[in-house]
Design a protein around this ligand. Structure first.
Ligand code: 8YV
Length: 318
Protein backbone atom coordinates (compact mmCIF):
# COMPACT_ATOMS: atom_id res chain seq x y z
CA UNK A 1 0.00 0.00 0.00
CA UNK A 2 1.38 3.40 -0.94
CA UNK A 3 0.84 6.58 1.07
CA UNK A 4 -1.38 9.57 0.19
CA UNK A 5 1.20 10.86 -2.33
CA UNK A 6 0.88 7.60 -4.26
CA UNK A 7 4.53 6.78 -3.58
CA UNK A 8 5.74 3.90 -1.44
CA UNK A 9 7.11 4.92 1.94
CA UNK A 10 10.86 4.54 2.50
CA UNK A 11 12.24 4.70 6.02
CA UNK A 12 15.92 5.67 5.97
CA UNK A 13 17.58 4.64 9.22
CA UNK A 14 20.89 6.47 9.10
CA UNK A 15 22.27 9.46 7.24
CA UNK A 16 22.28 9.26 3.44
CA UNK A 17 23.78 11.99 1.24
CA UNK A 18 21.32 14.77 0.34
CA UNK A 19 21.71 14.01 -3.40
CA UNK A 20 20.79 10.39 -2.69
CA UNK A 21 17.76 11.38 -0.66
CA UNK A 22 16.67 13.73 -3.44
CA UNK A 23 17.04 10.97 -6.05
CA UNK A 24 15.12 8.52 -3.84
CA UNK A 25 12.37 11.10 -3.30
CA UNK A 26 11.49 10.83 -7.00
CA UNK A 27 10.25 7.30 -6.34
CA UNK A 28 9.49 7.17 -2.61
CA UNK A 29 8.16 9.26 0.24
CA UNK A 30 11.36 9.43 2.25
CA UNK A 31 11.26 9.46 6.06
CA UNK A 32 14.49 10.35 7.89
CA UNK A 33 14.57 8.31 11.05
CA UNK A 34 17.99 9.53 12.20
CA UNK A 35 16.69 13.10 12.52
CA UNK A 36 13.76 12.13 14.77
CA UNK A 37 13.94 13.05 18.46
CA UNK A 38 11.71 10.12 19.50
CA UNK A 39 12.48 7.35 17.05
CA UNK A 40 9.87 4.86 18.26
CA UNK A 41 7.12 7.48 18.06
CA UNK A 42 8.35 8.49 14.61
CA UNK A 43 8.25 4.88 13.37
CA UNK A 44 4.78 4.33 14.83
CA UNK A 45 3.56 7.45 12.99
CA UNK A 46 4.79 6.36 9.55
CA UNK A 47 4.75 2.55 9.88
CA UNK A 48 1.57 1.73 7.88
CA UNK A 49 3.00 3.28 4.68
CA UNK A 50 6.56 1.93 4.96
CA UNK A 51 7.26 -0.65 2.26
CA UNK A 52 11.03 -0.16 2.21
CA UNK A 53 13.89 0.49 4.59
CA UNK A 54 17.22 2.03 3.62
CA UNK A 55 19.99 1.26 6.08
CA UNK A 56 23.78 1.33 6.40
CA UNK A 57 26.17 -1.54 7.02
CA UNK A 58 26.90 -0.64 10.63
CA UNK A 59 23.25 0.10 11.47
CA UNK A 60 21.60 -2.91 9.87
CA UNK A 61 17.96 -3.70 10.69
CA UNK A 62 16.97 -5.54 13.86
CA UNK A 63 14.03 -7.89 14.19
CA UNK A 64 12.51 -5.39 16.66
CA UNK A 65 12.63 -2.62 14.06
CA UNK A 66 11.23 -4.76 11.27
CA UNK A 67 8.48 -5.99 13.60
CA UNK A 68 7.29 -2.38 13.90
CA UNK A 69 6.80 -2.20 10.12
CA UNK A 70 3.90 -4.49 9.09
CA UNK A 71 3.98 -3.47 5.40
CA UNK A 72 7.75 -3.87 5.01
CA UNK A 73 8.82 -5.62 1.80
CA UNK A 74 12.51 -4.78 1.32
CA UNK A 75 15.59 -3.70 3.29
CA UNK A 76 18.27 -2.10 1.13
CA UNK A 77 21.68 -1.83 2.76
CA UNK A 78 24.15 0.92 1.86
CA UNK A 79 27.13 -1.37 2.45
CA UNK A 80 28.18 -4.93 1.66
CA UNK A 81 28.07 -6.29 5.22
CA UNK A 82 24.67 -7.57 6.29
CA UNK A 83 25.75 -8.85 9.72
CA UNK A 84 23.62 -6.24 11.49
CA UNK A 85 20.48 -7.19 9.55
CA UNK A 86 18.38 -9.94 11.11
CA UNK A 87 18.26 -12.04 7.96
CA UNK A 88 16.32 -14.85 9.65
CA UNK A 89 13.54 -12.44 10.60
CA UNK A 90 13.53 -10.97 7.09
CA UNK A 91 13.36 -14.45 5.55
CA UNK A 92 10.54 -15.52 7.85
CA UNK A 93 8.41 -12.64 6.60
CA UNK A 94 9.50 -12.72 2.97
CA UNK A 95 11.22 -9.34 3.31
CA UNK A 96 13.84 -8.97 0.59
CA UNK A 97 17.35 -7.78 1.45
CA UNK A 98 19.90 -6.15 -0.84
CA UNK A 99 23.46 -4.85 -0.32
CA UNK A 100 26.20 -3.09 -2.29
CA UNK A 101 28.93 -5.62 -3.15
CA UNK A 102 31.72 -5.07 -5.70
CA UNK A 103 31.43 -1.30 -6.03
CA UNK A 104 33.33 -0.76 -2.77
CA UNK A 105 35.86 -3.60 -2.98
CA UNK A 106 38.85 -1.70 -4.33
CA UNK A 107 38.44 1.30 -2.03
CA UNK A 108 38.17 -0.90 1.06
CA UNK A 109 41.31 -2.77 -0.01
CA UNK A 110 43.05 0.57 -0.62
CA UNK A 111 42.34 1.75 2.89
CA UNK A 112 43.48 -1.58 4.32
CA UNK A 113 46.70 -1.09 2.43
CA UNK A 114 46.97 2.49 3.66
CA UNK A 115 46.52 1.32 7.25
CA UNK A 116 49.16 -1.37 6.81
CA UNK A 117 51.67 1.13 5.47
CA UNK A 118 50.69 3.76 8.04
CA UNK A 119 51.04 1.35 10.97
CA UNK A 120 54.30 -0.21 9.79
CA UNK A 121 55.97 2.98 8.59
CA UNK A 122 54.39 5.03 11.40
CA UNK A 123 53.17 7.66 8.93
CA UNK A 124 50.99 9.56 11.47
CA UNK A 125 53.94 9.68 13.90
CA UNK A 126 56.17 10.98 11.12
CA UNK A 127 53.62 13.64 10.28
CA UNK A 128 53.48 14.70 13.92
CA UNK A 129 57.27 14.71 14.09
CA UNK A 130 57.43 17.24 11.27
CA UNK A 131 54.50 19.41 12.39
CA UNK A 132 55.59 19.64 16.01
CA UNK A 133 59.02 20.90 15.07
CA UNK A 134 60.62 17.81 16.64
CA UNK A 135 62.44 17.06 13.39
CA UNK A 136 64.24 20.41 13.48
CA UNK A 137 64.66 20.41 17.25
CA UNK A 138 65.66 16.80 17.90
CA UNK A 139 66.52 15.25 14.55
CA UNK A 140 65.18 12.21 12.71
CA UNK A 141 62.32 10.08 13.97
CA UNK A 142 62.85 6.48 15.08
CA UNK A 143 63.23 3.81 12.42
CA UNK A 144 60.13 1.92 11.30
CA UNK A 145 59.27 -1.50 9.84
CA UNK A 146 59.44 -2.56 6.19
CA UNK A 147 56.29 -3.77 4.42
CA UNK A 148 57.49 -5.01 1.03
CA UNK A 149 58.76 -8.56 0.93
CA UNK A 150 57.10 -9.51 4.23
CA UNK A 151 54.58 -12.31 4.82
CA UNK A 152 50.95 -11.20 4.71
CA UNK A 153 48.13 -13.31 6.13
CA UNK A 154 44.62 -12.51 4.94
CA UNK A 155 41.77 -13.60 7.19
CA UNK A 156 38.88 -14.15 4.78
CA UNK A 157 39.62 -14.31 1.05
CA UNK A 158 36.37 -12.93 -0.33
CA UNK A 159 36.13 -10.07 -2.81
CA UNK A 160 37.97 -7.65 -0.55
CA UNK A 161 40.55 -10.19 0.61
CA UNK A 162 41.36 -10.96 -3.01
CA UNK A 163 41.77 -7.26 -3.80
CA UNK A 164 44.19 -7.02 -0.86
CA UNK A 165 46.09 -10.08 -2.17
CA UNK A 166 46.46 -8.40 -5.57
CA UNK A 167 47.98 -5.33 -3.93
CA UNK A 168 50.39 -7.52 -1.97
CA UNK A 169 51.81 -8.90 -5.23
CA UNK A 170 53.03 -5.43 -6.12
CA UNK A 171 54.85 -5.32 -2.80
CA UNK A 172 56.58 -8.65 -3.41
CA UNK A 173 54.90 -10.20 -0.36
CA UNK A 174 54.31 -13.86 0.40
CA UNK A 175 50.55 -14.16 0.82
CA UNK A 176 48.55 -16.85 2.61
CA UNK A 177 44.94 -16.88 3.79
CA UNK A 178 42.52 -18.44 6.20
CA UNK A 179 38.85 -19.20 5.79
CA UNK A 180 36.31 -21.95 6.19
CA UNK A 181 37.12 -23.49 2.81
CA UNK A 182 40.11 -23.70 0.50
CA UNK A 183 39.36 -21.74 -2.66
CA UNK A 184 39.83 -23.92 -5.71
CA UNK A 185 40.74 -21.06 -8.06
CA UNK A 186 43.42 -19.56 -5.77
CA UNK A 187 46.97 -20.82 -5.65
CA UNK A 188 47.91 -19.51 -2.21
CA UNK A 189 48.65 -21.39 1.04
CA UNK A 190 45.42 -21.91 3.00
CA UNK A 191 44.72 -22.53 6.69
CA UNK A 192 41.28 -23.34 8.02
CA UNK A 193 42.21 -21.61 11.27
CA UNK A 194 43.77 -18.14 11.65
CA UNK A 195 46.22 -19.27 14.38
CA UNK A 196 48.62 -21.15 12.05
CA UNK A 197 48.13 -18.39 9.47
CA UNK A 198 49.21 -15.79 12.06
CA UNK A 199 52.18 -17.92 13.09
CA UNK A 200 53.46 -17.83 9.50
CA UNK A 201 52.69 -14.13 8.91
CA UNK A 202 54.40 -10.86 9.75
CA UNK A 203 51.22 -8.93 9.10
CA UNK A 204 47.60 -9.98 9.28
CA UNK A 205 44.74 -8.25 7.51
CA UNK A 206 41.17 -9.08 8.52
CA UNK A 207 38.82 -9.04 5.52
CA UNK A 208 36.18 -11.55 6.58
CA UNK A 209 32.45 -10.94 6.99
CA UNK A 210 31.16 -10.05 10.44
CA UNK A 211 28.36 -11.78 12.31
CA UNK A 212 27.99 -14.74 14.65
CA UNK A 213 30.17 -17.02 12.52
CA UNK A 214 33.29 -14.87 12.95
CA UNK A 215 32.71 -13.29 16.36
CA UNK A 216 36.00 -13.17 18.31
CA UNK A 217 37.74 -15.18 15.56
CA UNK A 218 40.90 -13.13 16.06
CA UNK A 219 41.50 -13.59 19.78
CA UNK A 220 44.45 -13.92 22.14
CA UNK A 221 45.73 -17.12 20.48
CA UNK A 222 45.89 -15.48 17.03
CA UNK A 223 47.55 -12.35 18.41
CA UNK A 224 50.08 -14.43 20.29
CA UNK A 225 50.84 -16.39 17.13
CA UNK A 226 51.34 -13.13 15.22
CA UNK A 227 53.77 -12.09 17.94
CA UNK A 228 55.61 -9.00 19.20
CA UNK A 229 56.77 -7.95 15.73
CA UNK A 230 53.33 -8.47 14.20
CA UNK A 231 50.99 -5.88 12.70
CA UNK A 232 47.23 -6.34 12.60
CA UNK A 233 44.89 -4.50 10.22
CA UNK A 234 41.12 -4.73 10.51
CA UNK A 235 38.89 -3.49 7.68
CA UNK A 236 36.10 -5.99 8.37
CA UNK A 237 34.06 -5.64 11.57
CA UNK A 238 35.08 -4.90 15.15
CA UNK A 239 33.24 -8.03 16.26
CA UNK A 240 35.80 -10.27 14.52
CA UNK A 241 38.49 -9.22 17.02
CA UNK A 242 38.60 -9.80 20.77
CA UNK A 243 39.22 -6.13 21.56
CA UNK A 244 40.29 -6.69 25.15
CA UNK A 245 42.95 -9.13 23.96
CA UNK A 246 44.03 -6.71 21.22
CA UNK A 247 44.36 -3.79 23.64
CA UNK A 248 46.33 -5.97 26.04
CA UNK A 249 48.70 -7.11 23.30
CA UNK A 250 49.24 -3.57 22.02
CA UNK A 251 49.86 -2.24 25.55
CA UNK A 252 52.26 -4.96 26.64
CA UNK A 253 54.37 -5.40 23.50
CA UNK A 254 52.59 -8.59 22.48
CA UNK A 255 51.92 -6.95 19.11
CA UNK A 256 53.94 -4.24 17.34
CA UNK A 257 51.11 -2.18 15.90
CA UNK A 258 47.58 -2.14 14.51
CA UNK A 259 45.69 -0.25 11.83
CA UNK A 260 41.97 -0.23 12.59
CA UNK A 261 38.99 1.03 10.61
CA UNK A 262 36.37 -0.87 12.61
CA UNK A 263 35.65 -1.33 16.31
CA UNK A 264 33.12 -2.53 18.81
CA UNK A 265 30.54 0.10 19.78
CA UNK A 266 31.15 2.51 16.89
CA UNK A 267 31.37 5.47 17.01
CA UNK A 268 31.83 5.51 20.80
CA UNK A 269 34.77 3.16 20.75
CA UNK A 270 36.90 2.10 23.70
CA UNK A 271 38.91 5.23 24.56
CA UNK A 272 41.87 3.05 25.52
CA UNK A 273 42.72 3.12 21.80
CA UNK A 274 43.26 6.89 22.00
CA UNK A 275 46.14 6.47 24.43
CA UNK A 276 48.17 4.06 22.31
CA UNK A 277 50.96 5.29 20.05
CA UNK A 278 51.21 2.06 18.08
CA UNK A 279 47.76 2.27 16.49
CA UNK A 280 46.44 4.10 13.45
CA UNK A 281 42.70 4.69 13.71
CA UNK A 282 40.06 5.41 11.08
CA UNK A 283 36.33 6.14 11.56
CA UNK A 284 34.92 3.12 9.64
CA UNK A 285 35.70 4.88 6.41
CA UNK A 286 37.19 2.27 4.10
CA UNK A 287 34.46 2.76 1.50
CA UNK A 288 34.37 6.50 2.19
CA UNK A 289 35.40 8.01 -1.14
CA UNK A 290 33.16 10.29 -3.18
CA UNK A 291 33.28 7.85 -6.08
CA UNK A 292 32.44 4.70 -4.16
CA UNK A 293 29.80 6.26 -1.96
CA UNK A 294 28.05 7.57 -5.11
CA UNK A 295 28.18 4.09 -6.64
CA UNK A 296 26.84 2.56 -3.42
CA UNK A 297 24.01 5.10 -3.31
CA UNK A 298 23.11 4.39 -6.92
CA UNK A 299 23.01 0.65 -6.23
CA UNK A 300 20.78 1.11 -3.19
CA UNK A 301 18.41 3.14 -5.36
CA UNK A 302 18.51 0.66 -8.24
CA UNK A 303 17.57 -2.16 -5.90
CA UNK A 304 14.71 -0.23 -4.32
CA UNK A 305 13.32 0.94 -7.66
CA UNK A 306 13.65 -2.57 -9.13
CA UNK A 307 11.63 -3.90 -6.22
CA UNK A 308 8.74 -1.48 -6.57
CA UNK A 309 8.65 -1.78 -10.37
CA UNK A 310 8.78 -5.58 -10.33
CA UNK A 311 12.19 -5.80 -12.02
CA UNK A 312 14.86 -8.29 -10.91
CA UNK A 313 16.93 -7.02 -7.95
CA UNK A 314 20.48 -6.11 -9.09
CA UNK A 315 22.18 -7.32 -5.89
CA UNK A 316 19.96 -9.45 -3.67
CA UNK A 317 21.49 -11.01 -0.57
CA UNK A 318 21.30 -14.78 -0.97
C1 8YV B 1 30.18 1.36 4.95
C2 8YV B 1 30.51 -1.14 5.42
O1 8YV B 1 31.02 2.26 5.60
O2 8YV B 1 30.07 -2.08 3.33
C3 8YV B 1 30.03 -2.23 4.54
O3 8YV B 1 29.61 -3.26 5.07
O4 8YV B 1 30.57 -1.31 6.59
C4 8YV B 1 30.98 0.13 4.82
O5 8YV B 1 31.26 0.06 3.49
C5 8YV B 1 28.87 1.38 5.57
O6 8YV B 1 28.00 0.42 5.17
C6 8YV B 1 28.24 2.75 5.35
O7 8YV B 1 27.64 3.10 6.44
Amino acid sequence: MNDATGKPGLLVLGPYAEEELAALAQHFTVHRLWEAADRDAFIRGVAPGIRAVGTRGEIGASAALMAMLPALEIVACFGVGTDAIDLAHARSRGIRVTNTPDVLTEDVADLGWGLLLAAARRIPAGDAHVRSGAWAARGPMALTTRVWGKRLGIVGLGRIGRAVARRAQGFGMAVAYSGRTRQADVDLPWHADPVPLARESDMLMICTAGGAGTQGLVGAAVLEALGPGGILVNIARGSVVDEAALLHALRTGGLAAAGLDVFLNEPRIDEAFFTLENVVLQPHHASGTVETRAAMGALVRENLVAHVTGAPLPTPVA
